[in-house]
Unconditional design. Sequence first.
Length: 430
Amino acid sequence: MASLNIKNTALILGSMIVGGIISVGVYTYYSSAKVSADTGAAQKKEERKVLFWYDPMYPNTRFDKPGKSPFMDMDLIPKYADEETASTSAPGVRIDPTQTQNLGLKTEPVRRGPLQYAQTFPANVSYNEYQFVIVQARSAGFIEKVYPLTVGDKIKQGSPLIDLTIPDWVEAQSEYLLLRETGGSATQVEGILERLRLAGMPEADIQRLKATRKIQTRFTLKAPIDGVITAFDLRTGMNISKDNVVAKIQGMDPVWVSAAVPESIAWLIKDASQFTITVPAWPGKPFTISKWSILPSVDATTRTLQLRLQVDNPDEALKPGMNAYLQLKTQSEPMLLIPSKALIDTGTEQRVITVDNEGRFVPKQVAVFHESQGLTAIRSGLSEGENVVSSGLFLIDSEANISGALDRMRAQTNGTHAVPAMPAQATHSH
């Protein structure tokens, strides 16, 4: 019985010793693990040292503590020391992928193709100045009759305007007939007829004189072309001098359609097939352009060229003074194109943000040629196939300003070393 108690006592003591050893081991393990975790966290914290906090919308203002932005309803973003170190060793900036995803950042490749141009310009219809005649008697006389016409009337070629008596024409006819009867030379006879032509006697009356050999005392002046009377103020019984205008007649077919276009698109205008004319008074009616020209002068105030088109108007649907619209559709030769929204124009320079093979956002200065329909043609600064940021530019641009990437880009362009300007320091409390 005594030996049994001794064995139980030894067993209990042994268990206690083993338990103590295990407890010491476990404690030692967890203590060392905690020390290792704390050390790693400290090292990590030291590696990701925060230099300052900022608002992407106001990148030039720095804050010494995290919190809410005083400008926008958003949290301030930390700027880490390792980001600053990386940014000084390579061009461009890196941005947290979570931020780029949240802000919907998108890129598009630089491609080569024609720049499509389509625009509508206000225009107006006017008389064709090449179809304009002034009717004169060219000799003094007396108006016997004025036909019922007035300004604005349409008139056909050959329609009578006025009947008149001209003494000089009567006298010259007498000389002609006398020479014919007395055997005057052919030169003398033709000289009299030519004098009548120069004095303004209508050719039909001259031929009638030769055929009938009778003196005519009353003559009718007729319209030489189809058109509209734009001046006509003579009355029956009036005396008329050789300088008096009997009538002004303006042709109606064709007419001119004129529009002012920016001088910057003159290089795109090549032929009449690029134009379409629409008139509110005749919706849907097509019009044929027979000729077109760009007038030689530029309006110094508006920097526009005057474009003039000659338009067929057989039915006289186009009336001078009507409003019209000139639609221009054309395209350029193939050139480098980017989305217009990818362009950052500061007023002094134009740039884009590109993405290199390592995923860095690199600002590049570009030279712009022209813009149309959401696309911009680039003269220089980019290569075909490069990716440019087309959405979320404010984030990239603010990061680039903070990291000094833009200053380095300008320094590389100018061949000099530029020191990034330090943004304003702000204290943020919360």
